[in-house]
Design a protein around this ligand. Structure first.
Ligand SMILES: [Ca+2]
Length: 196
């Protein structure tokens, strides 16, 4: 986990003191937007986890403090909305684990972005967050989150994020807290129009 993400997580969860990460090596800090040009629209990569490279291509795994406290499983078939999907499962004492993706923003920004994800809980006793950290040069991250109690069937979670003019990137995250598991599928991003 990078220092910036660690600091952002610390802001979000001030009781936490350290961060570690495990991650698919094919996702860079800059994320899929690293290849974006000044005119390309921001794009979320592999939201349905069906990339040919790997189901978690484009995503980075992160776990608070002890990476063994959460595991990430690829689920298939009827367990998913669209085959495959990802389960984030607590197996230790740490308070959170999740998957993250950095989306660079082009020079011409939309007014905002809407993230939608489908969550399903398995013996989960704590909310799961769909969170977005808006990156601004020289300033703390703007933190947005939608916190939901998990249901045993897939249900949508929506997070609208306003983008300030100096926003350089937005990092989307699915962060599971506490016991049990969240199954995640069909994460999407759409652009919201700018303010008049
Ligand atoms: Ca899927």
């Amino acid at each position: 986990m990078t220092l910036l993400r660690c600091l952002a997580a610390a802001l979000l969860l001030p009781v936490l003191v350290s961060c570690t990460s495990t991650g698919s090596q094919d996702s860079s800090e800059a994320g899929p937007g690293a290849v974006a040009t000044e005119t390309a629209a921001p794009e979320l990569l592999n939201g349905s986890f069906d990339a040919a490279e790997h189901p978690l291509h484009g995503w980075e795994k992160g776990v608070h403090a002890n990476p063994d406290s959460y595991r990430f499983e690829i689920r298939t078939g009827e367990e998913c909305l669209s085959n495959p999907c990802v389960a984030i499962i607590q197996q230790g004492s740490e308070p959170w684990g999740g998957i993250f993706q950095m989306i660079n923003l082009p020079g011409q920004k939309p007014g905002g972005v809407r993230f939608v994800a489908m969550f399903r809980g398995i013996d989960a006793d704590s909310p799961t967050h769909l969170q977005a950290l808006v990156k601004r040069p020289g300033r703390p991250d703007d933190i947005h989150e939608a916190k939901v109690d998990l249901l045993p069937v897939f249900a949508p979670v929506t997070l609208d994020v306003t983008l300030p003019e100096d926003a350089s990137a937005v990092e989307i995250g699915v962060v599971h807290h506490g016991q049990g598991a969240v199954v995640v599928d069909d994460v999407s991003m759409s652009l919201l129009p700018g303010q008049p």
